[in-house]
Design a protein around this ligand. Structure first.
Ligand code: ATP
Ligand code: MG
Length: 463
């Protein structure tokens, strides 16, 4: 990381950067920075030029500028303009859709699923509506500004508030972002406590960027993280779900997790998962093993699924909720009810779309069924759409310390290496499951049946 910081340090000539934190803008000319148009997404450039041609100001801002200056590959390119969303729509016509309520934005489409997000300058005054609640939280922020000068103070961190100007390819810095990039410093713009209260999601964004960039969190920005964290509980659960995915579907998921724990923020996202970490070692191991496997998959370019994330995060909780129910219920029933309870509690923190909770349930039910693999059962299990995820969870459980599952996991590992023909023979070698003893059988003999006994059996439901 030091290398990265040094690289940035050398990118700017001493005189051209790093003076302003007071609102006097610094302009870094093209000759003094390393961003070339070749590195900018073609569609983002199209949007910038389209707006410019129509007579508007247009800038690249946010992560795109920040990451390019650091020599990283940006995830996406955000555009900001003085054109209102309706005006952006007039420029791009049917390729443009206006979205959002809390923040109205325009999406300009290039093909079916690729779009560039275009925001209009925000500001403090003007004709729009900016509503806050009693605690200072921003509920709607559709107050438009006229210029960067209005917009810049609404941004979160100084390093996210650099504007790349399409007119002359210079970078405009109002908040000392260039200096902070150079120093490897993540700093909220303005008073940290106020900025966290306006939008508590900034707390977890601070952790995410600090990890991603390897930056130090500026002292006051850091000091307010833990005290302001509880405000996360008031953020819309659907928004937090999106943030959770950004946090953990991340090539540095383990470090993000550990930092969130360090600042006591994790418990606002996964209250019960957090509470169990201290007392259950297998749970702790499982969460870490799951996050490590996420990192590995992303490094290998494989897909990651929110259902799997929630499946390993919540598995031990579900297991614990299941245990007392087993005295009275069949395992599958006990698992269903335990899953209901655990998922309902989690949904209060982060709303999880139903298709993902359903998949997590399937993954959990397969944990019970994977042992039952004699004969053609194995082939049927292996065809289940969630089989692979269930097998992966089983592997994580072994890794986390459920040693007794190792033979079963190894069996399935070997099974998957075999040809279809060999699989059949392999599955026939499994010890044939004993038929469940059925009480009814014993009572089939009418001579042995007594009235009182039958009652008891019926009450048991002859399971
Ligand atoms: P990345 O896309 O790599 O996650 P980013 O910085 O581009 O990082 P986005 O969520 O894409 O983050 O947001 C783009 C820009 O919008 C940010 O850089 C920041 O300037 C501004 N922004 C986003 N979220 C907030 C927020 N909650 N409060 C203030 N400004 C924000
Ligand atoms: Mg972005």
């Amino acid at each position: 990381m030091q290398r990265l910081v040094n690289a940035v340090r050398s990118l700017f000539s001493r005189t051209s950067a790093g003076r302003s934190r007071t609102g006097t803008p610094v302009r870094i000319p093209r000759s003094a920075h390393n961003i070339s148009r070749k590195q900018i997404d073609k569609s983002a450039l199209d949007v910038l030029y389209g707006l410019k041609r129509a007579g508007y100001e247009a800038y690249l801002v946010g992560g795109g500028v920040r990451d390019l200056l650091l020599g990283l590959e940006p995830k996406d390119f955000d555009v900001v303009t003085n054109a209102r969303p309706e005006e952006v729509k007039r420029v791009f016509g049917r390729r443009c859709r206006i979205i959002g309520r809390r923040f109205r934005l325009a999406h300009v489409y290039f093909g079916r699923d690729h779009f560039v997000e275009v925001a209009t300058f925000r500001g403090d005054s003007g004709k729009g509506v900016r509503r806050t609640d009693a605690k200072g939280r921003i509920l709607a922020d559709n107050v438009y500004g006229d210029s960067i000068e209005d917009d810049v103070w609404r941004r979160d961190f100084t390093v996210n508030a650099l504007y790349y100007d399409i007119r002359d390819f210079s970078i405009i810095d109002y908040t000392g972002g260039v200096e902070d990039l150079r120093a490897g410093m993540l700093r909220l713009i303005g008073d940290p406590a106020t900025r966290y209260r306006e939008d508590p999601v900034r707390t977890i964004r601070a952790v995410r960027f600090a990890v991603k960039l390897g930056f130090t969190i500026e002292r006051e920005t850091e000091r307010q993280l833990t005290p302001q964290g509880p405000l996360l509980q008031e953020v819309a659960p659907a928004r937090l779900f999106e943030e959770v995915l950004k946090l953990f579907h991340n090539p540095q998921a383990v470090e993000v997790f550990e930092k969130l724990r360090h600042y006591d923020l994790f418990r606002h996202l996964f209250p019960r998962v957090d509470a169990l970490l201290e007392e259950d070692e297998i749970h702790r191991n499982l969460v870490l093993a799951g996050l490590r496997s996420t990192e590995r998959r992303l490094q290998q370019g494989k897909g990651v699924n929110p259902a799997f994330l929630y499946a390993f995060m919540l598995w031990r909780l579900t297991q614990h909720a299941m245990t007392p129910r087993l005295a009275e219920q069949q395992p599958a029933q006990a698992l269903s009810e335990a899953a209901d309870e655990v998922i309902a509690a989690q949904m209060k923190a982060t709303a999880v779309p139903r298709r993902f909770t359903q998949q997590a349930r399937d993954i959990w039910h397969l944990q019970l069924r994977l042992n039952n693999r004699y004969g053609d059962r194995a082939a049927r299990l292996a065809e289940h759409p969630r089989f692979r995820a269930a097998y992966d969870l089983l592997g994580l459980r072994v890794e986390a310390g459920e040693e007794e599952l190792r033979p079963l996991y190894d069996w399935w590992t070997e099974y998957q290496t075999l040809s279809p023909v060999d699989r059949v023979a392999f599955a026939l070698q499994v010890e044939k499951p004993k038929r469940k003893r059925r009480r009814r059988r014993r009572n089939r003999n009418p001579y042995r049946r007594r009235v009182g006994e039958r009652r008891t059996d019926e009450a048991r439901g002859n399971g």
